[in-house]
Design a protein around this ligand. Structure first.
Ligand code: PLP
Length: 366
């Protein structure tokens, strides 16, 4: 008997990432509230830039020079310390593959973003998970699990799917407790949405240390998820190392053009922030008034917790909502089978969601 090809150890432990559903059968109108996409769509300037893109026969600028310059100008950064990726997911894999191998550990929080686990296992590393308190990152629990083998600590702040955050003081305390050879990855995919005085994405920490990087994305507030665009800022030696394994043309030209336009459109970002602030607050109150528990969120999404009572579970709610065109995210993969994750939608979608939840809870399910 001949042996068939075998994947490297760790690969078959990966549960492939399941994206949010986008369709329901036989419903006139679908409201996709499952992937933290913006209900406002991208900046009209980004759409115009994409449409104006030309010369598809030519390879793009492999070093994303203009996009890096636009990001650097916006945030007061050195373009040399930036690297762009096909979504920040690619950058999370690249940094993991650059620094982690078999025998190494990657550390993250209990309900941390699932892409970390995938990246760690794909690199042959071992995922190490720290428990949370009230769905929130617990810095002491993370620090207690740091070993000589910890190569990377991943912190989504705010975290997806919980929507919770830790104050910047806590982020600094986490960093201060790490050995200098361990990289702290600050995943700030939702930073723009946060309205809290004690929150900072952490660019200051990146600028002043040799072992901190931050990933950002155009997929969320900028509304360009389909174009796959993200960036990472970090110390020169880390950016240099990651660039060595990056695909030479990992970001395409039309996406870069749209990204440059998007990052320059402050008015569009401001509208997205205002819309989210209003409707996150409204949804939290209205859903709470229905008697369902929610986890307080600072992102553009929130967890809704359901009882275990047959007929009223998260699974039942998901079926009821889906059949009426409201697509939320089940998060069993995060160990949260009793909750659904809801993305803030348009006014129409938000109002319909609350009315439909009311009907779900009020129906006779005996
Ligand atoms: C959505 C999200 C990202 C961004 O992914 P992209 O690959 O940039 O689309 C990164 N981290 C977290 C926590 C997210 O929720």
């Amino acid at each position: 008997m001949s042996a068939r090809p075998q994947p490297r150890p760790g690969i078959m432990q990966i549960e492939a990432y399941v994206p949010g559903k986008s369709a329901a059968v036989g419903v006139a109108k679908i409201h996709k509230l499952s992937s933290n996409e913006t209900p406002l769509g991208p900046s009209p300037k980004a759409i115009a830039a994409l449409k104006a893109a030309d010369h598809f026969e030519l390879y793009p600028d492999g070093s994303a020079t203009k996009l890096r310059e636009a990001i650097a100008a916006k945030y007061g950064l050195d373009p040399q310390r930036l690297i762009c990726g096909s979504g920040s997911d690619e950058l999370l894999s690249l940094i993991t593959n650059t620094y982690m191998g078999p025998g190494d550990e990657g550390l993250y929080s209990e309900h941390g973003f699932l892409v970390y686990r995938i990246a760690i296992l794909a690199a042959g590393g071992t995922p190490v998970i720290a428990p949370e308190k009230d769905y929130r990152t617990d810095v002491d629990a993370l620090l207690a699990r740091v070993t000589d083998k910890t190569k990377i600590v991943y912190l989504a702040n705010p975290n997806n799917p919980t929507g919770t955050y830790i104050p910047f003081d806590e982020v600094k305390r986490l960093h201060a407790g790490l050995p200098s050879h361990t990289i702290l990855v600050l995943d700030a995919a939702y930073a723009e949405y946060v309205r809290r005085n004690d929150y900072e994405a952490g660019l200051e920490l990146v600028a002043t240390h040799d072992n901190v990087v931050m990933t950002r994305t155009f997929s969320k507030i900028h509304g360009l998820a389909n174009l796959r665009l993200g960036w990472m800022v970090g110390p020169a030696p880390i950016i240099d190392a990651v660039n060595r394994i990056r695909g030479p043309f990992n970001v395409n030209g039309p996406a870069m053009a749209a990204g440059i336009a998007a990052i320059g459109d402050d008015a569009h970002v401001a509208s997205a922030i205002a819309h989210n602030e209003q409707w996150l607050d409204w949804l939290t109150k209205e859903i709470g008034a229905l008697g369902l528990k929610t986890t307080p969120s600072v992102g553009n999404f929130m967890l809704i917790h359901f009882p275990k009572e047959p007929g009223r579970t998260a699974r039942d709610a998901d079926a009821f909502l889906s059949s009426r065109g409201l697509i939320l995210r089940r998060i069993d993969g995060y160990g949260l089978p009793d909750a659904l994750r809801l993305t803030v939608g348009t006014e129409e979608a938000n109002r319909l969601l609350v009315e439909t939840l009311r009907a779900f809870l009020g129906r006779d399910h005996a």
